[in-house]
Write a protein that binds this ligand. Structure first.
Ligand code: PEP
Ligand code: MG
Length: 569
């Protein structure tokens, strides 16, 4: 039997290949490095910074125009900016004074900056520490004359405690089969790239990763989180069947891409994509999405030092809207706060950030932030079909205030002679119990509802969405949650507006049947989930979905609902 270790499967699929340990150890080179005088060392560091920036620029240019490389190009661009950041340059120069050796100084300076990121509580920012170390290593390697690893025949499984994004980004798509990370972050850039490439990925392996050696044969299961080291023929045979099924499923899903999402009795549901960047739209379209149901615009604000101005935001939103080619592109106004703080806003720490100063509450207080965002979205609307969606609304007053700001944004745009769309729908996320209860009233003011179950479940059940010790209570089939969802959809229908869902529940095919029974119009999800939801909807009639819903709404417990759905569907 092979040795087996387990982590957290974050990107599904089975992959086989030889391990390539990523993240080269420079210790040997550093020990043998003989520094010269401080002036020469500073010059060497400066020269290496210029060379690395030039090489990154060359890579970015070769990626230009290749849609599948857009995410990698963006990360390389971020790295290029980090390499040329004067603050890093200055830190390196003063570190050379201290330690005398250019490569040591570079690594120390990058490490010091990485530590600052790492201490931030937000997972996204903490993950940027990896980028900084990556950048430091690139410059140090350049000084030391170390070449990047080369891969030969066959696909590799990249493995490392933390993998520098440049390692994945720099390898050809057809050379990587999967990714193993010792660290636990799901928002690390390495994972973001792996997701765009649909690479089976396991994170959080911890110290057990030391049992894996360079060149080891492995099989990884990105669903179960299992890693089989040096599998036997019997192990392989048991996985061969799974791999075959996976290939068949992939081929089958591909045949669904252009088919309409319609029940057997002709009821249509729109399947849209959740995105965090305008660069995600092309990948989402490859799964057959019919537009974007949630553009998490706060990601445009994150991973940078300052607030993106109207023009920068306009570019990002315009590109997303254009790529939707006439289909709807719902841009959510910044959902800052909670688990997504923005350090440069200097918001003091709070006892209960999820119940605190966040989302629309910040937007309404910070007109200097909100107005440029609204103006950017209204301008992007000229290039297709855009919608504005407001997060965390709890009452009518907040929405009325948002509408006033939108009018003000339009007036400013008209005054400045900038083109904007007058047909941008304005809706809200229904993600607080207050909003769900008040939907009969809110429906008179808004153009649409999009149910945000990630938060709605946590607020309704008083169960923190990120707390694994109470995860067993976090169930979107809890009757309290289902009642609020049904109320929302009914309120929308009775008032002639549309209701959709953009929380994770929308990607659950069993939930999709209930939502169909309730009369939902749109489901928005991470794009790879689209085919399986589409398949389920195409397999059932709306009458059957209503019957199942009627049974479910009589049930008293969320686990009972789940078990019943898995039995009948
Ligand atoms: C939600 O709360 O369901 C949602 C889609 O928003 P987020 O996950 O960004 O809070
Ligand atoms: Mg939310």
């Amino acid at each position: 039997m092979a040795e087996k270790i387990t982590g957290k499967g974050v990107i599904h699929g089975i992959a086989t290949g030889k391990i390539m340990l990523a993240g080269q150890n420079l210790d040997g080179y550093l020990v043998n490095y003989k520094p010269l005088d401080a002036t020469t060392e500073k010059e060497k560091a400066q020269k290496a910074i210029e060379t690395v920036a030039e090489n990154l620029q060359k890579n970015i240019e070769t990626f230009q125009g290749k849609e599948e490389m857009a995410a990698q190009a963006a990360i390389m661009e971020a790295h290029r900016m980090m390499v040329q950041d004067p603050a890093l340059g200055e830190a390196i120069v003063s570190m050379v004074e201290e330690v005398g050796s250019a490569p040591h100084a570079v690594l120390k300076a990058a490490e010091a900056q990485a530590k600052v990121f790492e201490q931030m509580e937000d997972e996204y920012f903490a993950a940027r520490a990896v980028d900084l170390r990556d950048v430091g290593k690139r410059i140090a390697k350049c000084i030391l004359g170390v070449k990047e690893p080369e891969i030969g025949e066959g696909k590799v499984i990249l493995c490392g405690h933390e993998i520098e994004p440049s390692v994945i980004a720099g390898l050809p798509t057809d050379k990587i089969a999967g990714v193993i990370l010792g660290a636990g972050s799901t928002t690390a850039h390495a994972v973001i790239i792996a997701k765009a490439r649909a690479l089976p990925t396991i994170v959080g392996v911890g110290d057990a990763i030391s049992q894996i050696a360079d060149g080891d044969d492995v099989i990884i299961d990105g669903e179960q989180g299992d890693i089989l080291i040096r599998p036997t023929e019997t192990d392989r045979a048991s996985y061969n069947e799974k791999i075959k099924q996976q290939e068949e499923l992939k081929a089958h899903y591909a045949t669904l891409k252009d088919l309409p999402t319609v029940t057997t009795d002709g009821i249509r549901v729109e399947l849209m994509a959740n995105i965090g960047s305008h660069m995600d739209v092309d990948n989402a379209k490859s799964y057959g999405c019919e537009g974007v149901g949630l553009f998490r615009s706060e990601f445009v604000f994150m991973g940078r030092e300052d607030i993106p101005n109207e023009e920068e935001q306009f570019k990002a939103y315009k590109e997303a809207v254009e790529k939707c080619e006439g289909n709807l592109c719902v841009i959510r106004t910044m959902d800052i706060g909670g688990d997504k703080p923005l350090p440069y806003l200097n918001i003091p720490p709070e006892e209960n950030p999820f119940l605190g100063y966040r989302a629309v509450r910040i937007s309404l207080k910070r007109k200097d932030l909100f107005l440029p965002q609204l103006k950017a979205i209204l301008r992007a609307g000229v290039y297709g079909k855009a919608a504005i969606m407001v997060p965390m609304v709890i009452n009518v007053a907040e929405f009325k205030k948002v509408k006033e700001y939108i009018e003000e944004a339009k007036m400013e745009l008209a005054h400045e002679g900038k083109k904007y769309s007058d047909n941008v729908q304005v809706g809200i996320m229904v993600e607080t119990p207050a909003a769900a209860v008040m939907t009969p009233v809110l429906a008179k003011y808004v153009d649409f509802f999009s149910i945000g179950t990630n938060d709605l479940v946590q607020y309704t059940l008083a169960v923190d969405r990120g707390n694994s010790s109470i995860a067993y209570l976090y169930n979107h089939f809890n009757p309290a949650v289902l009642t609020l969802i049904q109320r929302t959809i009914t309120s929308a229908r009775e008032n002639g507006i549309w209701a959709g869902m953009c929380g994770e529940m929308a990607s659950d095919p069993y939930a999709a049947v209930l939502l169909l029974g309730m009369g939902i119009s749109e489901l928005s999800m991470s794009a790879p989930s689209i085919p399986r939801v589409k398949e389920k909807i195409r397999s059932i009639s709306s009458i059957k979905a209503k019957e199942i819903l009627a049974d479910v709404m009589k049930m008293e417990d969320g686990d009972e609902v789940k078990a019943y759905l898995h039995k009948v569907l």
